[in-house]
Design a protein around this ligand. Structure first.
Ligand code: IPE
Ligand code: IPE
Ligand code: MG
Length: 242
């Protein structure tokens, strides 16, 4: 079982257009797939689920689509947070939230505060997130510490760098799923997916249900993760721990 699953929830627009509807209809329908994935992750004992909801590049979409997405985000935050809390889910929004405006920022802060002690599942919503932003942001934070004398350059290593990224403290991403048929990462987690298994599915996000999630997990379980070692080394170490 993967401990940390990340999902690029893609294909809402095409899902709606296939039915002759507006793209925003697809975003609304995608909310139910989010609920199903959270439920599934919690039931299966996955520790952490990170969902890509809005990228730093998505601001360049038509204004009315961006504003529907913001309204939807606000609505879902308001309507789902109590249920998430009851289900022991810890919610975290990752990304540069300063661009959302103070009202939405406050709502995010409140939701995070309410759920901060929960432990059944960590749910990260990546909003105004970009993998490059995350790396640049970490670099700036580290540079400031060097500048103030708090940190020596020689002490910058992978572990220290990781501590300054937005998913610090969580398990590495084991499995990255992208729906919608495209095989790319689109500036989602870059640093964190170094050794993730990647699964691309043609299913459009609003159609992604528990069965699809289960299939992805099965495919993940059937893979041998070698982390640079040989297959024989992995097999003998598995034998040794049994
Ligand atoms: C993903 O679906 C949701 C967001 C990017 C906010 P899209 O809106 O990208 O749907 P397609 O890829 O155009 O079908
Ligand atoms: C990635 O989807 C972003 C989210 C799912 C939030 P996009 O639809 O924005 O990605 P591209 O533009 O096809 O690469
Ligand atoms: Mg898309």
């Amino acid at each position: 079982m993967p401990r940390h699953v990340a999902i690029i929830m893609d294909g809402n627009g095409r899902w709606a257009q296939q039915q002759g509807k507006r793209r925003t209809f697809g975003h609304k329908a995608g909310v139910e797939a989010v609920r199903a994935s959270v439920r599934f992750a919690r039931e299966k004992g996955i520790n952490c689920l990170t969902l890509f909801a809005f990228s730093s590049e998505n601001w360049n979409r038509p204004e009315d689509e961006v504003s529907v997405l913001m309204e939807l985000f606000t609505f879902v935050l308001k309507s789902e947070v109590k249920k998430l809390n009851r289900n022991d889910v810890k919610l975290k929004v990752v990304g540069d939230t300063s661009r959302f405006g103070s009202k939405l920022e406050q709502l995010i802060h409140k939701a995070e505060k309410l759920t901060e002690k929960n432990s059944a599942l960590v749910l990260n919503i990546a909003a105004n997130y970009g993998g490059r932003w995350d790396i640049v942001n970490a670099s700036q934070r580290i540079a400031k510490k060097v500048q103030s004398g708090e940190l020596a350059v020689e002490n910058i290593d992978e572990s220290l760098f990781d501590q300054h990224t937005s998913l610090y403290g969580l398990d590495n991403v084991d499995l990255l799923i992208r729906t919608g048929g495209d095989c790319r990462v689109s500036n989602f987690l870059l640093w964190q997916i170094a050794y993730a298994e990647l699964i691309f599915t043609d299913v459009l996000w609003p159609d992604f249900n528990e069965q699809c999630f289960e299939q992805a997990i099965q495919s993940f379980s059937s893979r041998q993760r070698r982390f640079g070692l040989t297959g024989e080394q992995i097999e003998s170490s598995v034998g040794a721990t049994c």
